[in-house]
Ligand binder design. Structure first.
Ligand code: SAH
Length: 239
């Protein structure tokens, strides 16, 4: 059986309209036609079954036939802060963090960060998150934002119950990763890593230093494995 295609659209009522990128993909790549089944998502966590009812220039009208809450979302809120990485490495991290169930992603610049960032890159990352969410059957798309100042990125995690800072020069973990409960904010540095002052500032803001083992991992490896380990500890790998 062919997989039923998933689309993110706004304003889903009895009907919904696919337009823009989602329309182009549905019409030109997947060649969907009237009568084809689709699943529509509005990012709220609900999945809507629908049938393509009319295809016109630039728009595809769908009629909603049913709805249900998604069972794919994480029960616990996890936020990832990642330093801006070179090339397309940040995209890789956003894709994998989305698959792993992260709710929010924030990219930051810090002292030893050498990648530049701009609006276009942010838009690209939001698109990567949306595509990854569709591919792994999520019904929400993680938000992706950018902080020019590392301190502002840290401050954005105030309300999280666990604030965990992957520190390449930490000798031991100041948090018990075996039995995490409650929302988690995770911080991972860019290729250049962190300065001792940055780590101290984060500690002053309630972050616990965490070691990811005795070897130095590449930033993208660290981000992905940290998200995976936290999801496991939170019980997200259980059915
Ligand atoms: N340039 C640094 C390494 C940076 S690694 C150096 O040479 O020491 C990039 C980021 O990955 C780090 O800032 C940290 O957040 C994370 N990381 C990599 N290995 C780690 C480890 N063993 N423990 C904790 N964090 C690690």
């Amino acid at each position: 059986m062919a997989t039923i295609r998933r689309f993110f659209v706004e304003n889903i009522g009895r009907e919904a309209v696919l337009c823009g990128d989602e329309y182009s993909h549905a019409k030109n790549v997947l060649r969907l036609q009237e009568g084809d089944e689709v699943v529509l998502l509005d990012g709220s966590g609900t999945e809507y079954d629908a049938i393509v009812s009319k295809v016109s220039k630039g728009e595809m009208l769908c009629t909603v036939t049913g709805r249900r809450p998604s069972d794919k979302e994480c029960r616990t809120r996890v936020r990832l802060l990642i330093g801006a990485l070179k090339g397309d490495k940040t995209e890789l991290v956003v894709q994998k963090a989305t698959e792993l169930g992260v709710a929010e992603i924030a990219v930051f610049s810090s002292r030893y960060c050498s990648a530049y960032f701009n609006e276009n890159k942010l838009e690209r990352l939001q698109k990567v998150a949306r595509e990854a969410a569709k591919q792994c059957l999520r019904a929400t798309v993680p938000s992706v934002e950018y902080f020019e100042k590392f301190e502002d990125a840290l401050a954005s995690c105030k309300e999280f119950e666990n604030k965990l800072f992957a520190c390449e020069f930490a000798q031991k973990s100041d948090a018990d990763l075996h039995s995490l409960r409650g929302s988690c904010a995770l911080v991972v540095g860019s290729e250049g890593g962190f300065s001792p002052e940055e780590f101290e500032r984060a500690q002053g803001m309630g972050f616990a230093g965490v070691t990811l083992g005795r070897r130095i991992l590449r930033a993208e490896t660290a981000a992905i494995v940290f998200c995976g380990a936290v999801m496991f500890s939170l019980g997200e790998w259980e059915a």
